[in-house]
Ligand binder design. Structure first.
Ligand code: FES
Length: 123
């Protein structure tokens, strides 16, 4: 399992996405309401950089002339052909068998001090 070390509440606030390199792979790390999710930045359709796509809600309908939004900010839309993926599972919305890899995300915090005008991160 690749370990992704990139996030902080400052650098990746809720509702945001950050694309990082880890283990030779490009990975999109999403902060959804303080929970972090990571997806491989490769669309299983034709290989676009999936994580450069928009973050959207799920659009559902009970029939003609009706739609509503659910799961605000949980759907990643591929920038090339607009396929949509669940950021929590990596599964395509209309065909869950089609998916991109997900990664476990852990958040570590470090102490910070200012010494002689410089910010020092204690790791
Ligand atoms: S490459 Fe992502 S939908 Fe086609």
């Amino acid at each position: 399992m690749a370990k992704v070390c990139c996030c902080s509440s400052i650098g990746n606030p809720p509702g945001s996405r950050k694309i990082v390199e880890a283990g030779g792979r490009s990975i999109g790390v999403y902060n959804h309401d303080g929970q972090f999710y990571a997806l491989r930045n490769v669309c299983p359709h034709q290989g676009a950089e999936l994580c450069k796509g928009l973050i959207k809600p799920l659009v559902v309908s009970k029939g003609p002339d009706h739609f509503e939004y659910e799961r605000e900010g949980e759907i990643v839309r591929c920038p090339w052909h607009q396929w949509e993926f669940d950021m929590k599972t990596g599964c395509m919305i209309v065909d869950p068998a089609m998916r991109t890899k997900t990664y476990e995300v852990t958040v570590e915090t470090f102490g910070v001090t200012v010494e002689e005008g410089q910010v020092v991160v204690h790791m």
